[in-house]
Ligand binder design. Structure first.
Ligand SMILES: [Zn+2]
Length: 450
């Protein structure tokens, strides 16, 4: 060890002690009236969940509660793991006014810092509705999604665990058909997409996103007729694996979907292009679907679109595709109000409203619940230490009145939310004070926290 190494070592040791000091492990015991295991689709009565600091220490009917532990009585509620939106966009909101839902204009009119702050607000709203994990996959300006993850990890604000993709990687033009003026003036259309047109550029783009904090890689498979080949997709999968990332492919044609399936992609986004035969292949290969199954509401969609979405979701379920709950939420208009109260709907309320599609598709509550939890944790690639309510896992959990295994609509009214062992919502009211920390509590330096 040379002198510099010794100094660095001491510095790191001090920082580590400092961090440990700010997080003296408190012990919390939750009394759960019922506790759901979404994996098996069963519930157990009268369970105790013991939490030390951020993690679950023990779960069971006879767990002893140590003297001095904080006891939270949820004996009248049903406790379950937190929910996952496996495909959303927190830092893009296109509107009817002034941009006529034309999101090229949103990129021009809403600054990146403003979009990042809106992402933070959306994250709080999502946590309030019980979403403890989100995959935030593109259209997030210059890495606002990665910054959101980092800010939540630092302890600056409450929010779900964010699995960011950074900008979508696509062939020339990304999802847009820009004018030459937009395309050549790269500051306008980009950073929404990274152009990667050759093997070398694909590798470079994947590495760049991982360097800046992506935890998943998002490819535009077939946004253009010159989209990615099976070999291109395989190359991206291999490169992403080096940084511990899985790949999601945006598909909009059956041909593109087939190339993604043949390449062995981890997740396919958007269900509308998929054929029944492709559902069968996805089930066989275990490829996750983030179908982004938009319900028909007064603020979004048409009956014809909804009918197709419901049919496709039902077929995917029947063929046993690993389904996740996903929204693709990235819009706003002035019809987004509660029918009874006339109040604005929150981002969390509009996300949970996607249950309408799952109900219309005739999917049993237990299967919907599995999609919203276990399959979401697997698609987010976090299931080794986050999601299920088990000893050694991060303490993320929610509680509702009633029984979501028989009545999925109970999830629309989440009463209690805990994230990383801290209470965010209690008796239906947000109590997020403990989440707002002024300094770095988790990452002393650097972004590479894998
Ligand atoms: Zn999307």
């Amino acid at each position: 060890m040379n002198k510099l190494s010794r100094v660095l070592f001491l510095l790191i040791a001090c920082l580590t002690i400092g961090i440990a000091g700010t997080q003296a492990a408190t012990i919390t015991a939750i009394r759960a009236g019922r506790l759901i295991d979404p994996e098996s689709g069963t519930a157990s009565a009268n369970q105790v969940i013991l939490i030390e600091g951020e993690k679950i220490k023990a779960v069971g009917p006879d767990v002893a509660i140590p003297a001095g532990a904080t006891v939270i009585d949820l004996s009248k509620l049903t406790v379950m793991p937190g929910l996952v939106d496996a495909h959303t966009h927190t830092a893009l909101t296109y509107k009817e006014q002034p941009e006529n839902n034309y999101y090229y204009l949103t990129y021009v009119m809403d600054s990146s810092p403003l979009r990042a702050i809106q992402a933070a607000s959306n994250a709080i709203q999502l946590l309030n509705s019980g979403f403890t994990v989100i995959r935030d996959v593109g259209n997030n300006a210059l890495y606002a999604d990665c910054a959101l993850r980092q800010a939540i990890e630092q302890g600056w604000l409450p929010g779900p665990t964010v699995i960011p993709s950074g900008p979508m990687i696509g062939s020339t033009g990304g999802q847009l058909w820009p004018t030459p003026e937009m395309y050549k003036q790269h500051d306008i259309m980009f950073p929404e997409y990274i152009d990667a047109n050759s093997p070398e550029e694909i590798v470079r783009a994947v590495r760049q996103n991982m360097l800046f904090g992506a935890r998943t890689i998002k490819l535009c498979i077939d946004c253009k007729p010159w989209g990615y080949s099976v070999d291109d997709i395989k190359l991206a999968i291999n490169e992403a694996a080096k940084g511990g990332c899985k790949v999601e492919g945006h598909v909009q044609t059956p041909e593109g979907a087939q190339r993604a399936i043949d390449a062995g992609i981890y997740i396919i986004a958007h269900g509308n292009a998929l054929t029944p035969e492709q559902h069968r292949q996805m089930a066989e290969k275990g490829i996750f679907l983030t179908g982004t199954d938009t319900p028909l509401t007064k603020y979004r969609g048409t009956e014809a679109q909804f009918k197709v979405t419901v049919e496709k979701l039902h077929d995917a379920w029947e063929k046993k595709v690993p389904l996740t709950f996903s929204t693709d939420f990235d819009y706003w208009n002035d019809r987004m109000k509660n029918d009874t109260s006339g109040e604005w709907l929150t981002r969390g309320e509009m996300t949970i409203a996607f249950l309408d599609t799952w109900k219309a598709a005739g999917i049993p509550a237990a299967d919907t619940l599995r999609a919203m939890t276990i399959n979401g944790y697997k698609a987010a690639d976090i299931i080794k230490d986050r999601g299920p309510i088990k000893a050694g896992f991060y303490a993320d959990l929610i509680a509702v009145a009633g029984d979501p295994l028989t009545d999925i609509d109970t999830l629309r009214n989440v009463q209690f939310v805990m994230k990383n062992g801290m209470v965010f919502k209690r008796d239906g009211v947000m109590v997020p004070e403990k989440f707002f920390h002024p300094g770095p509590v988790r990452i002393p330096n650097g972004r590479w926290t894998r």
